[in-house]
Design a protein around this ligand. Structure first.
Ligand SMILES: [Zn+2]
Length: 468
């Protein structure tokens, strides 16, 4: 239908940029000639990949070498895994046939009115609380106007001056291979908005088509304070945010699908200088030049950044309150209810594991993935010793998962049987052997349980491993 819309405009070329990068034409080529969605995502959303974090890592390293330090802030867009879109009842499924999940509202037809999906508010409050934010009891939506072929309304419904959550922070632990250490980074705000559609560029580069499936899909934008100084800190911030949204179940957090996209803002200053935003670039000759604020594109093949566009000022968007939606008014009971429904979050889990006496390496491994943590916790509930359970999960089980490209949810071994196995070893049930001498037997049983399920008892009997 979007194609029909464009055809209806009777404009041979709707949009053109220099260097032949970007065209929209009227003729409809065969679908086979389209780039894949993944390629298209790369082409249209250079900022939306972990590459932007790689860029920060590289830039930070280079600047440090030259006596400068990087000041890094990150804007992250998280796509919510609600059943329907933010303001209409269309579903969104990644990878669907282009323009198959659209309606007059998300296509921006005149006269259509948005209706807010309450799940979006729930997810926003959840994430706001998880990021230790103040929740705005009254917030509102605003229109952010700009033109782009994948934005049929000509504006995006977003939140401008009153975000639903603000003034929070995120706690994280840096990986041991980077020296470890605890970090706390400020969160400026979390706000709700809708996504735009997507452009599908032809292989020849001579035309593009519009897929509006993603138009109107709910997003949360999380803006950090410029608190990060190294690329590792930036990367870990992104990783922690991904863990949090996955723990909360508000998003699948998959970067390859564009469910989590990071814009990394990097500015540099001489090491030791306290003020931010130095917009002066010193050349080698000692000349000073004013430098401009801009969005740069990371090019993976050349490992360099290029100017993409000059950054728009807020005034360019002509924000004004969205007249078609009422204010979002919350009450304390609603927030308390959401608070109570929230699971234990990564930071709390790490501290709990740390208090069990586990090493930070173990702690980071176990708390990294919600499913692994749940498996570990459940094994402990069946009476296992924490260190032994951690060793099995991080050792032979993790190796098996890696080899077979499985997740811990996909194996047939249950936490109960792992705890039984650990107990059997402890009690010397297996062959009366202990320590290194017996370990091949344990691994044999473990692999049997992972692959085929069953109980430790049955496998021991079947394999004739009982102590005599
Ligand atoms: Zn719709």
């Amino acid at each position: 239908m979007a194609l029909t819309l464009l055809r209806g405009m009777r404009t041979p070329v709707l949009f053109r940029m220099n260097a032949g990068l970007f065209f929209t034409t009227l003729h409809r080529p065969s679908l086979a000639r389209f780039t894949t969605r993944a390629e298209s995502a790369q082409a249209t959303e250079p900022k939306a990949t972990p590459q932007s974090i790689q860029m920060a890592i590289k830039e930070a390293a280079e600047q440090k070498m030259q006596g400068f330090e990087a000041v890094i802030g990150i804007e992250t867009h998280v796509q919510l895994s609600t059943v329907t879109k933010a303001f209409c009842s269309c579903p969104y499924n990644y990878g669907s046939q282009p323009n198959s999940t659209i309606c007059p509202t998300c296509m921006g037809h005149p006269g259509m009115l948005p209706v807010l999906n309450e799940k979006v508010v729930e997810c926003a409050v959840k994430l706001g609380l998880a990021l230790n934010c103040e929740i705005s009891m009254t917030s509102k939506f605003d229109r952010k106007q700009y033109f782009y072929p994948d934005l049929p309304k000509g504006y995006q419904i977003s939140q401008f001056d009153i975000p639903i959550a603000k003034k929070g922070y995120i706690d994280l632990d840096l990986p041991m291979e980077f020296g470890g250490g605890h970090r706390k980074f400020g969160i400026t705000r979390v706000h709700m908005e809708e996504d735009a559609g997507k452009l599908l560029h032809s292989d020849s580069g001579s035309y593009s088509q519009v897929d509006l499936n993603r138009a109107g899909v709910p997003l949360l934008e999380i803006v950090s304070e410029p608190d990060m100084r190294t690329g590792i800190e930036a990367a870990e911030y992104g990783a922690e945010l991904q863990r949090i949204v996955r723990y909360l179940g508000v998003s699948n957090g998959n970067m390859q699908e564009g469910s989590l996209r990071c814009d990394v803002n990097v500015s540099v200053r001489p090491v030791g200088q306290s003020e931010f935003g130095t917009k002066i670039l010193l050349h080698k000759e000692g000349q000073a030049d004013q430098i401009v604020q801009e969005t740069r594109l990371w090019d993976e093949s050349s490992q360099k950044t290029f100017t993409m566009r000059k950054k728009e000022g807020l005034a360019d968007y002509r924000y004004f309150p969205e007249p078609d939606l009422p204010e979002v008014v919350l009450n304390n009971d609603y927030i308390d209810e959401i608070h109570k429904s929230m699971p234990e979050l990564p930071e709390a889990k790490r501290r709990r594991y740390e208090n069990m006496g586990l090493s930070m390496q173990d702690v980071l491994f176990l708390a990294n993935d919600d499913n692994v943590a749940r498996f570990f916790d459940s094994t402990l509930e069946h009476g296992s010793d924490a260190k032994l359970a951690a060793n099995w999960i991080m050792g032979d089980i993790a190796a098996y998962l890696k080899n077979e490209k499985l997740t811990i949810d996909e194996i047939k071994l249950s936490p109960l049987e792992l705890s039984e196995l650990i107990a059997s070893i402890k009690n010397g049930t297996i062959s009366g052997k202990i320590g290194k001498e017996a370990s091949p037997y344990f691994v044999l049983i473990l692999v049997e349980l992972i692959a085929n399920g069953g109980t430790v008892k049955a496998v021991i009997e079947e394999k004739d491993l009982v102590q005599v």
